[in-house]
Structure formats: structure tokens, C-alpha cells
Ligand binder design. Sequence first.
Ligand SMILES: Cc1ncc(COP(=O)(O)O)c(C=O)c1O
Length: 368
Amino acid sequence: MKKNEHWIPYVNLSKQFREEKKLLLPRIEKVLSSGMYVLSDEVSKFESQICKYHDVKFCISVNSGTDALILSLMSLGIKAGDEVITQANSYIGSAAAIHAVGAKPVFCDVYDDQTMNAEDMKSKINSRTKAIMPVHLTGRMCEMKKIMRIAKKKNIKVIEDCAQSIGSIYDKKKSGSIGDIGAFSTHPLKNLNACGDGGFIITNNKKLYNFIKLKRNHGHITREKVKFFGTVSRLDSIQAVILNFRLQKLENIINKRLRNASIYKKYLKNLNLYHPEDRLHCRDTYHLFVVQVKKRDDLKKFLFKNKIESNIHYPIPIHKQKIFKYKSPKLIKTEKQSREILSLPINQYLNEKDIKKVCSCIKFFFNN
Ligand SMILES: Cc1ncc(COP(=O)(O)O)c(C=O)c1O
């Protein structure tokens, strides 16, 4: 590699802010001067924009993706003694939400592309199974047709964990709009990102919507009266104004990530590494661009030496975390992938030259 080459960062939030500052700061200032910081018009506007974007009837914004999952589980009445089938190759938030309502996370294995193995999921259904939670990890949606067919047959609810998949499409439907309920994160690292924690839930079910809307706000039906005990899980107006602004740019961001992914695919051909192929019925949104490679840790170090930042999502599958107290069956693919996955930088601020540099570095690693 040449000397003085610039650093290729995994994310570039300060560049995002610099680019948006002129237009965004006056909007934030307007919210601050209005004094309306909680459940304001900006929050309602965000919820209706999200409904439009996803072509769904209802959206409730909340203060994190984890809370979005917890409130979704609560709305379906999931409680102690129940089981929810999900994936162990996710961020801890997925299983933590199941644990938070007192239920047991039951993990099924995944396919080569890291999505839920529907056959293994089916084999884990029993009389205690109350929900299935597919995780659309990396922005690649799980095989929802198979999952929904199984869930409907067994009369089990489906909560889509869409924390990484805003804008992803499966059979012409956006992620989160296929199951009973979809839970999203707007954490700063996500494709639609706030400047702090945030999230939202979408559904077409009015009953679930009514419950969650009250539950996120201490069960208030009026300022004085509450219907039941709830939580404080509201998205604040400052995050809402930022998200309203950024939602307009989301398709552009997705397109840049798709462009970067196609450059990777072009230049990483014929190397001894795996990355999933595109599927005709889907649009993956590349929250992450993950390759699977045998000498993953060596490659990561080599990239770093060459000023390229990469990441691992996630090095310890959830069933292998010490806090996980249940006995879990071996998850062969999940465990193998945890040793081989590497997320390459794909953020929207990288250009073709940057991606080519990453690819030539990987080629150099393989050839030497
Ligand atoms: C797959 C998945 N589920 C759930 C979450 C939790 O979201 P949050 O961090 O907003 O609570 C995340 C966040 O990274 C995630 O990636």
C-alpha cells in the first residue's frame, strides 16, 4: 500500500453531520424554541411518514430498538413460561427483549446467508412457543414466505426484528410489514439514524397499536388517568426532527450502499470467501456487507494495518454468552459463521476508489 493513504472508516457520523448541518440545525433550533419536547407534532409527523414509507396503517415511535421489541412482545401477551424462537447470531438486544418479558429465547440455526433457517425453526416449535422473531440481519430479509406459512399453520405470531433492515424488500413488501408486527432501531449506526437512541414499531393491527401507544407512555389515556401500568419509552422531539429530515434521504443512502455492494461483488469475485448472492424477489439494504472467510482475524488485522476499519457482527453468538443460562443445542452454522464473518466498510460516504482499495487489500492478503 502507498504511504499517506487515507483511513477508510467503518462509519462516518461526523461527515454526515457536517453535510447536514446547514439545513438540520435550524430545524433542531425550531424544536428547542417551541418548548415541545415530548410527543410533539414532529413525533406524529415521523410516525405518519413511516406509515407511508412502509405502506402500513400504524406506527408508534419509541426510544430504542430494544424497547420496540419489548413492547411488541408485551402487546402479543408474551410472558413468563412462554418461548420465542429467534436467532443467536444477532445483537444481544433481540434475546434481551424476550428475556425482559420473562419468556425464554429459543435459538434456531441459520442458512449460509445468516438468515433464519425455517426448517430448524419449525423443528423447535412446541406448545410453549408463542412467537417467532426472525432477525433481518445485515439488511437481508429472512425467507418470510416459508416463515409465515409455518407460523400461520401453527397459529403463532411473528415479530420481525428489523433493527438492521429499514427499506429492505421481500416480495414487494418492506421489512416489518409482513409479520404481525415489525420492530426497528434508529440507533446512530443504523441506515436511518438518530443522534441518540430511538426506534419504532409498525403494524396493521389496531389492537396492538392501541396497546403499545398507551404502554410506551405510562398507560396514560388522559393527563390524569392511566389505563394500566406502562413504561416511559417515547421518542423525543429532537430525535424525531432529525429522523424526519433523514428519512427523506434514506432511499439515496440505500442506493449508495447498493452501489458499494455491487463494487465489492465485482472485485471480490474468484476469491476464497463467501458473501450471499442477491435474490430476485428481494432488495437487501446492506446495513452491513459481510464476508465469510477462514482467516478472519488475520484479515481484519491486515486491513487495519492498511488503514481500513472492519467489524464483527457478532463474535459471540448469544447462546454462547455466559449470561445465557439455558442449555442450547449446537447451532452449527451460527457458530461457524461467528468465527468467519467480517463486516467490511460500506457506508454511503465511501466511493468506488475506497471500495477498490479494500478489495485490492483483500486480494493481496489472499495472494501472499
Ligand atoms: C438485530 C438487532 N436487534 C435489536 C437491536 C437493538 O436496538 P437498539 O440498540 O436500538 O436498542 C439491534 C441494535 O443494534 C440490532 O442490531
